[in-house]
Design a protein around this ligand. Structure first.
Ligand SMILES: Cc1cc2nc3c(=O)[nH]c(=O)nc-3n(C[C@H](O)[C@H](O)[C@H](O)COP(=O)(O)O)c2cc1C
Length: 158
């Protein structure tokens, strides 16, 4: 099984989550964990699973993740299991009713990433998931790296 974890990260939190996922899969698969700017077309050759993650920035993935997903050729993910994740601030930690309203309306990065992956032919194997930071620049909440490892392992056949 060949797997690729692609991520973007501004403050390093999403990178930590992506690395934890790569390590969790590593025992069961040939896995690479790459920042989005380092992904080359050949990294997608022969892939069984592709996991893509981004920090949520203004309810969306980063421009680098969005542009990379757009650049994937049509149907290039046919036969590939895909999954999407983001990092985000918990709604319970948002101290503004306007922001809470906007978050409920516009959501987070993982869902649109998952949508784009399926649009390119991927088979969405897991529900898009978010991992929580304590504050805008992090750190991650306790237990999130373990939760990320458990989440991603579900993409592998048992
Ligand atoms: C400009 C900016 C916009 C952000 N927008 C959101 C948002 O819409 N929703 C949210 O939950 N968190 C938001 N955050 C918090 C980020 O999700 C947080 O910085 C991110 O999870 C950290 O990941 P990173 O360390 O990989 O960059 C925002 C942070 C910044 C700096």
């Amino acid at each position: 099984m060949k797997a690729l974890v692609v991520y973007d990260s501004v403050f390093g939190n999403t990178e930590k989550v992506a690395q934890a996922m790569g390590q969790a899969l590593g025992s069961q698969a040939e896995v690479q964990t790459l920042r989005v700017g380092d992904v080359k077309p050949e990294h997608l050759t022969g892939l069984d699973a592709l996991i893509v993650g981004s920090p949520t920035r203004a309810f969306s993935p980063t421009p680098a993740i969005k542009n990379w997903l757009k650049s994937l050729p049509p149907n290039s993910l046919k036969g590939v299991k895909v999954a999407a994740f983001d990092t985000r601030i918990a709604l319970s930690d948002v101290n503004s009713s306007l922001l809470t309203f906007m978050v409920k309306l516009f959501g987070y990065a993982a869902k649109p990433i998952g949508g784009r992956l399926t649009k390119k032919g991927g088979d969405l194997a897991l529900s898009p998931e978010g991992f929580f930071v304590k504050d805008s620049e992090g750190p991650l909440k306790d237990g999130e790296l373990e939760r990320a490892a458990d989440w991603v392992k579900q993409i592998m056949p048992v």
